[in-house]
Design a binder for this molecule. Structure first.
Ligand SMILES: [Zn+2]
Ligand SMILES: [Zn+2]
Length: 98
């Protein structure tokens, strides 16, 4: 079985790119039957914004149960649990061991 370079039009940016014989061979060896739909540039761009989501932690705005100040917490506050700002949290931290 031999492969030949093939021109494919990117479904994202509509630039044509070459699906090389080598890549086709690689695809075939992996058992992939689909041709790539996107040019390498778009594929990489997608990987960049899809894969590694290690951005800033999602903060939830809430109000401190103790001092009433607006604060943000790095978790989803639950109705049945009071949420404290950093200051009050430190103050109220239950049982300082010792
Ligand atoms: Zn593209
Ligand atoms: Zn507070």
């Amino acid at each position: 079985m031999s492969f030949q370079d093939k021109e494919i039009q990117c479904s994202e940016c509509s630039n044509s790119f070459t699906f090389t014989a080598k890549e086709q061979e690689f695809f075939a060896s992996k058992g992939y039957t689909n041709e790539p739909k996107r040019c390498p540039t778009c594929r990489q761009a997608r990987r960049m914004d899809g894969g590694d989501r290690r951005g800033p932690r999602k903060m939830t705005a809430t109000v401190c149960a103790e001092c009433g100040q607006a604060t943000e917490v790095p978790f989803e506050p639950r109705d049945d649990r009071p949420v404290y700002c950093a200051t009050c949290y430190a103050k109220n931290r239950p049982n300082k061991t010792r």
